[in-house]
Each structure stands twice: as C-alpha cells, then as structure tokens.
Design a protein around this ligand. Structure first.
Ligand code: BV8
Ligand code: ZN
Length: 225
C-alpha cells in the first residue's frame, strides 16, 4: 500500500483569485498580517480581526475551485493507497473541488469556535452582527483559525503520516511558516521521495528531491494523471 502526504498552501488557491500571503504587501488596513492573525491582535482589536476575516470569507465565497483542487479531489477518489491531504489554507476550495478528507491544519474561515463551551459552528456570515454561540448563547465566538503563536491542528496525525510516507508533495507554499515548512525534512528523514510543485522556487526548494515550477492548475493535473 503506497502512502502519500500532500501539503498545500495559498498558491493552490491563487488562480481561484484568493490572495496569497507573500505576493501582496502582506498588510491588512495597514497592519502586517502577522499582527492581525494573532491572539494578541484579536484581544487588542477584535473588530479589526473580525473585519479581516469577514473580507477573507467574502472572497472565498466569490471564488471557485480551480483545476488543481479538482485534480486532488479526483486523486482522493481514485487512488487506492493511503492519501492524507493537509492544507494550510483556511478556504473550502479543496472541498468544493471534490476532496472530502482535507485536514485544515490552520483551521477554516467558515468555522467559528466558542471559547465558552468549546464547540465549533459553521459560520457563513459575519459574527460581528451575531456573536452569540448557537450552543451556549455566550458572545464568546472567535474565528476557528490557528493564528501565529498557536498550535496547528492535528499535528500528531500529520507527523504519524509523514513517518510512514512513501511520497511527500508540497503544492503552492513558500515554506516560510513552521511547522508546515519542516514537513519535507521529516518526510525525507523517513525515506520518502519529495516533490515540490510551485510557481517559483521556495525557501525549501533545496530540500526536495524534485521541484517543478509553474502554475498549480497545470502542474497538479499533470502530476495526478
Ligand atoms: C507555532 C491562518 C508553536 C491565518 C496561518 C522564527 C523562526 C521559525 C518559526 C517561528 C519564528 N517565529 C515564530 C515562529 C513560528 C511561526 C512561524 O513560522 N512564523 C514565520 C512567519 C517565521 N509559526 C507559528 O506561529 C505556528 N504555530 O509555531 O506554534 C507552538 C508550540 C507549542 C504550543 C503552542 C504553539 C502557527 C502558524 C500558523 C499561522 N496561521 N494561517 C490566516 O490564514 O489568516 S499561516 C498562513 O501563512 C498560511 O496559513 C500559510 O501557512 C502561511 C502562508 O504560507 P503559504 O501558504 O506558503 O503562502 P505564501 O503566500 O507564503 O506562499 C504562496 C506560495 O505559492 C509562493 O511560494 C508562490 O510562489 C506560490 N504560488 C503563487 N501562485 C501560485 C503558486 N504556486 C502554484 N501556482 C500558482 N498559481
Ligand atoms: Zn458556546
């Protein structure tokens, strides 16, 4: 049984019209994203952070999955080995492209987390207008997103899959953010072959057995087929 782990980043959704982190000036209303996407930023100015994610959600809803998302959805359906699709992205384009088991290690823009009763709720509109938790009624909802300085989700499951991987494929990520940027080394250390599909060389390109450069909407379907 062949084991594959795939990691995707903002680059796989770029051709769907969603901004990446590094391409733009990385600012939100003149605040560095690293300041907005943090628990301190949320404590300091929750309304600014909610506006940031309202905007991201609106862009996600207006976006459509591209050929790369659809190719990975096809791979999940047709591949007869073990496939783990891990994404750093908070959009739902993998799901709308047909993938059903996507692991969102940095959370999801369309999910809200209640800090009072620790429940999660799908969140299609702004919580600024209705911050009450549907379960407990407290106004304790925050974006269900892993901010800088917070522990990404399901790391044990990811590390376990990397320890057994025969192939690790990284798609559309700059290799700037940890722990995701370290996955290629873990996979290599466990004997996996490593492949990078990216528009340009990334901070981690030298760590891969093979790097193919180009848009994900071309590279991913070609690789899947
Ligand atoms: C943690 C959700 C510890 C939010 C995100 C100093 C050194 C090393 C590490 C650190 C350090 N200081 C701090 C850290 C840790 C920090 C970190 O790595 N910081 C970086 C900036 C140095 N990491 C963390 O804080 C993580 N947590 O470490 O916890 C801990 C331990 C114990 C207990 C508690 C805590 C949490 C990080 C998660 C932050 N949240 N996202 C949101 O989305 O709003 S990160 C966010 O940025 C994304 O999710 C993503 O992960 C990252 C952006 O990376 P990419 O996805 O790669 O996007 P990017 O724009 O960078 O690159 C796009 C690529 O696509 C480019 O290469 C481009 O060429 C390519 N591309 C473009 N178009 C296309 C394309 N490719 C193909 N086709 C195209 N068309
Ligand atoms: Zn609650």
């Amino acid at each position: 049984m062949v084991n594959i782990v795939i990691l995707t980043g903002a680059g796989i959704s770029a051709e769907s019209g969603l901004k990446t982190f590094r391409a733009e000036d990385g600012l939100w209303e003149n605040h560095p994203v690293e300041q907005v996407a943090t628990p301190e930023g949320f404590a300091r100015d929750p309304d600014l952070v909610q506006r940031f994610y309202d905007e991201r959600r609106a862009q996600i809803r207006a976006a459509a999955p591209n050929a790369a998302h659809k190719a990975l959805g096809r791979l999940e359906r047709e591949f007869d080995g073990n496939l783990l699709l891990v994404t750093q992205n908070i959009d739902d384009l993998h799901e709308r492209g047909g993938a059903t088991q996507t692991l969102h290690m940095h959370g999801e823009a369309l999910s809200a987390w209640c800090l009072s009763c620790d429940t999660r709720h799908s969140w299609s509109t702004t919580l600024r207008d209705s911050p009450q938790c549907p379960s407990c009624g407290d106004a304790a909802l925050r974006p269900d997103i892993v901010w800088f300085g917070e522990m990404p989700y399901q790391m044990d499951r990811i590390f376990d899959a990397l320890s057994r991987a025969d192939l690790f494929v990284s798609i559309g990520t700059s290799g700037a953010v940890y722990p995701a940027a370290g996955f290629v080394q873990q996979a290599s250390a466990n004997g996996a072959r490593t492949l990078e599909l990216n528009l340009e060389r990334s901070a981690g390109s030298h760590l891969f057995d093979e790097t193919r450069l180009g848009p994900a909407s071309e590279l991913v379907p070609t690789w899947v087929d």
